[in-house]
Design a binder for this molecule. Structure first.
Ligand code: PBG
Length: 333
């Protein structure tokens, strides 16, 4: 903190003067949450059911494509600019080689097409990774019990091209393989998709906070953990290296994930690189707030708003959050 010589000491200076009423607090507020800061993650499933409640994510559902189109329309009407799509596939579609991930008629490709046709001006962000498509739930291909970096990249490139052809605007590689941003960027350029944006999950930590998400996409029992590709929560410098690499390989925007336990990383990344920096308030963070509210330990809307403002304070350009629609409604009220 730098010393501010303009602020007089007590009693001439009384910081409480600027806190005495809502209007003055609002006037001097340093950060604000706007609906355009929000990215709303949506789960799409391949079942006949229109909606299926996700037990670990209170109030979040897996949706049919038709239902996802409706949600996209509502999101846009509320001022949300971008939705993020995640698949839940039935077990029979998942395989060791994750071939459904590169299907040009895959679930998310179809969802992109349907949403783009109905709501052309909403931004579509898609996750690039294999975990919804592998039977083991890892983000990459397993060869001899290890996640094989380079053969995974081949899949991620094909997945990226299939989704881009389907109408995805922003590719968000969440797999943490080395070199994937460069490979995807090169393939996009070669295919004439020079405008496709990449938001890399650049600093993604191996986290306990992804638990409910795995339930949401139907990963039953993950064998082992993701620590050979996702980052160690002990590290900060490594996050800066990861971000630098992804920007140099062609990422337009970067992401830090999870959110609240990694606010220091959000701040350092956004202040160091000055590129649009996003933060993912992940499933476990959402579930934690919901559980505390259910227990009566916290006010829901105040708790949610406080966490989102914390991201803005740390320097985030935008936030992926399962609270997006609710927050958009609150901001409108
Ligand atoms: C994996 C992926 C994960 C999330 C988004 N993409 C989980 C993981 O890495 O295991 C987590 C999102 C959340 O927890 O809300 N490709």
């Amino acid at each position: 903190m730098t010393f501010n010589p303009i602020l007089a000491p007590y009693p001439a200076g009384r910081p409480r003067r600027l806190r005495q009423a809502p209007w003055i607090r609002d006037l001097v507020a340093e950060n604000r949450l706007h609906v355009s800061d929000l990215i709303w993650p949506i789960f799409v499933h391949d079942q006949d059911k229109a909606r299926d409640a996700i037990g670990s994510l209170q109030g979040v559902h897996r949706l049919s494509i038709a239902e996802a189109v409706k949600e996209a329309r509502e999101a846009k009407a509320l001022g949300i600019n971008v939705i993020a799509l995640f698949p839940h596939l039935s077990a029979k579609i998942r395989s060791p080689d994750a071939k459904a991930a590169i299907d040009p008629e895959g679930l998310i490709v179809q969802a992109c097409r349907a949403i783009k046709a109905a709501v052309p001006d909403i931004g579509l962000l898609v996750d690039i990774a294999l975990d919804p498509y592998t039977d083991h739930g890892h983000d990459g291909l397993l060869i001899d019990g290890r996640i094989h970096n380079d053969s995974t990249i081949d899949m991620l490139v094909q997945q990226s091209l299939a989704l881009t052809a389907g109408g995805a605007d922003i590719l968000a590689p969440s797999d943490m393989m080395d070199g994937r941003i460069g490979a995807i960027r090169t393939a996009l350029e070669a295919a004439g998709h020079q405008d496709t944006m990449i938001m890399s999950y650049a600093a993604k930590y191996a986290s306990a906070f992804y638990g409910p998400y795995r339930d949401a996409i139907g990963v039953k029992a993950l064998k082992g953990d993701k620590k050979t590709y996702q980052m160690d929560s002990a590290n900060t410098e490594e996050a800066l290296r990861e971000v630098a690499i992804d920007i140099s390989e062609g990422a337009d925007m970067v992401m830090v994930k999870p959110g609240l336990p990694y606010l220091d990383i959000v701040q350092r990344v956004s202040h160091t690189f000055r590129v649009p920096t996003f933060v993912y308030q992940v499933s476990g963070e959402y579930a934690m707030i919901k559980a505390a509210v259910e227990k009566g330990y916290m006010d829901h809307d105040r708790g949610v708003m406080e966490t989102l403002l914390a991201f803005k304070r740390a320097g985030a350009s935008g936030i992926l959050t399962y609270f997006a629609k609710h927050v958009a409604e609150l901001l409108k009220a």
